[in-house]
Ligand binder design. Sequence first.
Ligand code: HMG
Length: 418
Amino acid sequence: MKKLVGIEALAIAVPRRYVDIEDLARARGVDPAKYTSGLGAREMAVADPGEDSVALAATATAQLLRSNNVDPSRIGMLVVGTETGVDHSKPVASHVQGLLKLPRAMRVFDTQHACYGGTAGIMAATEWIASGAAAGRSAVVVCSDIARYGLNTAGEPTQGAGSVALLISEQPDLLAIDVGLNGSCSMDVYDFWRPLGRREAVVDGHYSIQCYLDALSGAYRGWRERALAHEVVRWGPSLPGDQLSRILYHVPFCKMARKAHTQLRLCDLEDAPNAPASTAEAREEQAKSAASYEAQVASSLGLNARIGNVYTASLYLALAGLLQGEGEKLAGQRIGLMSYGSGCAAEFFSGVVGEKAAKRMAQAGIESVMAGRERVSIAEYERIMNLPYEAPDQIAPAPGAFRLAEIKDHKRRYVEGA
Ligand code: HMG
């Protein structure tokens, strides 16, 4: 029998503070509808320097191991996907290993390619296990990032921060990945980047949306070719993409998922053999189907709308949001996942939701993580954004959470909440 590999469990960590997106719009003199309906945002997580990518990754990983009772000796690989690491050389993953006192006998490294870095780690772990090289061991992959464009920029309402930690194993209670079906598309473009030494990303916003859509088309068509060959989907009365119960997208802002879904449908409508002759305009109109978006995409965006962009973690926040709400209903059904990282790389893959998804998601305790947050004013958000990189707020971390306490002699010291 073919070995099942995929995501066994997950946990999330978010900054303790957030702003309401309508407060931000009003403070910037913008019609709130632009942020809520134009971008699809509701709230935006605000991280102070004490909640860096290490602290968030360690907090999510601790929660993952604790709530699922994972024996650390089971873990043979620890990967952190991040584009907002804290050192040019020392990986975030080695901080996490140390803070959680994990055993030495494991591979520990970071993966970086903008928002695609987390997926790169997940695929490295999945294929390591599927190959048999893991010899029964599991992997932990953590996606952890602080999305920061700066005050008064066009990207400001699309900031956010957080971390999703995933346990990858031969017991994929959340999602068994269809190993070998992935479609990839990469291009050398300057759509979004962060030159060395800068805290804020530089972005060509509208061009970045076009790059995302172009790369999606290539990645989806690559997946579809393999999925058709393996008879996972078929050309028939319904389009191949329609045969996936849900499709999750990388979510830099929620409206992007709608644009992405339209593009994916357009790929199918353009390529359908024996399609009734129709004009490009008719296909575009059909691709925009609100019913298809509501049925396949909308239910995954609840956490993304409340947290904002979390770069590497955004796609996996969508997975968490989907399975938290619909884990039971989707058991045994196939879903699609589309990862995008600027620069750029896209990967489309699929998997089957596990029978124990709802039970595993209940263990993740996401509602209590979200309920522990505090809404702050725009003045407080601006104070936090202006804090120097090495001057975290001196706040005691919540029990089980980690925070950066200080940087001394270029070494970072973290504390754990008791
Ligand atoms: P902008 O230019 O300020 O906004 O920046 P806009 O004028 O394009 O308006 C946005 C939407 O609001 C439009 O809807 C408007 O029509 C609508 P659309 O036409 O696109 O459907 N709108 C309104 N709706 C209702 N009432 C109103 C109103 N006014 C306007 N009154 C932009 C928007 C996203 C470009 C900006 O926020 C930005 O640069 N964000 C950062 C870049 C980004 O998120 N890119 C996404 C693709 S790249 C990616 O996903 C990778 C990334 O995650 C990084 C990585 O890989 O590491 C970013």
